[in-house]
Ligand binder design. Structure first.
Ligand code: ATP
Ligand code: MG
Length: 390
């Protein structure tokens, strides 16, 4: 009797060639994720994946923890594999399995049987009935409920027999690497890591870009963003972070443009730089953590003016979310505690007291004309960008 993990994924929506790509990417992502915690064999069969530990010793909790962070998986079932097809032996193994988990627990159950091999001497309902009766006989605290059981005990007879009763929910979504790559504008705040996570959940590989205004923003602010990159990498596998030196550009805007327009002009230049780096890295879209009306630079007018400089699609997955909804996800994905560390991502001297909430594109473009050399400054910032591989 061996213990394995049966991985369930959403297969219904995926057909033909895409399904093969989906399964292949998922298999690779599982392999990478488990690489440094033991030896595992992965078997793809009939719309699911089996993860078989090759060594006796491994940390089951850690394995499950990793699997619950892989996009594309909808459920993880710890399962036992019985190599004998002899029915008496199957019953005994099921009993042993049930005793390990539910001994002395008062629960209702139902046995669900399936057989791939139709020549097996018992039909599925017969298997379910026989095993159910056997369990009742040997475990007095169990009772049967065929309509709403607390526990469903699955018995699948294939080349071997698989038994499981627990399904640990996975994240769903699509495996990373099946939907191209996008560039996440990652600040130290609550929103942008959540935005990146949501897009990554749809199978999009991520790289990040952070605009750092040293010494107005501290090294600890930068460390915090790197830490957020690390947190995201627990889902995405790896994370490349581009850290763009932004001080000179910010000072230039401060010196040359009306202060009520600082933020919006800064945002437009950020987008231009992000886009140039994105194109170099073969990223096909930008991602931001913006949400309508959250701050002055996120009114629908401001978003329009910011967007006007972009040629790549800009994904704003949080656009209709309230702050509390975003916080709930941030907590779930474990970025919240890092995001609320008190190192500001933007020095207050660069933020006007009453920024424009309804900027006008022509007026902003006129102000930007005062930024002589800005193209050269942008190129220089890109050239001096530090790249960190997480
Ligand atoms: P967040 O919580 O993500 O910081 P926010 O509510 O503070 O968002 P803004 O500061 O207006 O909002 O930023 C809007 C978006 O612009 C952010 O979600 C992020 O995608 C991007 N952004 C802002 N500042 C930076 C920065 N210093 N580096 C990289 N991206 C940034
Ligand atoms: Mg912010």
């Amino acid at each position: 009797m061996k213990k394995l993990f049966l991985i369930k994924y959403g297969e219904i929506a995926i057909k033909g060639k895409n399904r093969y790509l989906f399964e292949d990417a998922l298999l690779q992502n599982i392999k990478k994720s488990l690489r440094n915690i033991g030896d595992f064999k992965l078997i793809k069969e009939q719309g699911r994946i089996l993860v078989e530990p090759l060594k006796e010793k491994y940390d089951e909790e850690e394995v499950i923890g990793r699997l619950t962070k892989i996009f594309g998986i909808i459920g993880i079932c710890p399962v036992i594999k019985v190599d004998s097809l002899d029915f008496q032996q199957i019953q005994e193994h099921v009993l042993h399995y049930m005793k390990e988990i539910y001994q002395d627990k008062k629960i209702t159950f139902k046995v669900e049987a399936r057989r791939a091999d139709k020549s097996y001497p018992l039909t599925s309902p017969e298997i379910a009935r026989e095993v159910g009766a056997y369990l009742l006989q040997h475990m007095p605290t169990l009772s049967v409920d065929v309509h709403h059981p607390q526990v469903r005990v699955w018995i699948e007879i294939r080349n071997s027999v698989y038994v499981y009763s627990q399904v640990i929910p996975g994240l769903g979504g699509m495996p990373i690497g099946t939907s191209g790559k996008a560039m996440l504008l990652l600040s130290g705040g609550i929103d942008s890591p959540v935005a990146g996570w949501m897009v990554a959940k749809r199978g999009v590989a991520l790289e990040g870009i952070y605009f750092h205004s040293h010494p107005y923003t501290s090294d600890r602010a930068k460390e915090k963003v790197i830490e957020l990159g690390r947190k995201l990498a627990t889902y995405t596998g790896k994370f490349t972070l581009h850290i763009v030196p932004f001080t000179e550009i910010q000072l230039k805007i401060y010196e040359k443009c009306p202060h009520v327009q600082l933020t919006i002009i800064m945002r437009r230049i950020m987008m231009q730089i992000a886009e140039k780096i994105a194109k170099k890295q073969n990223a096909l879209a930008l991602i931001t953590g913006e949400s309508i009306g959250q701050v002055a630079s996120q009114t629908i007018q401001s978003l329009g003016v910011t967007n006007a400089v972009c040629t790549l699609p800009v994904f704003r997955p949080l656009i209709g979310f309230d702050k509390q909804d975003i916080i709930t996800i941030a907590e779930k994905i474990d970025t919240y505690e890092t995001s609320i560390l008190p190192y500001e991502d933007c020095c207050t001297i660069f933020v006007a007291k009453h920024p424009q909430t309804k900027p006008n594109l022509e007026s902003i473009e006129r102000s930007e004309k005062n930024l002589e050399n800005i193209d050269a400054m942008i190129e220089e910032a890109i050239a001096k960008t530090e790249v960190i591989f997480i």
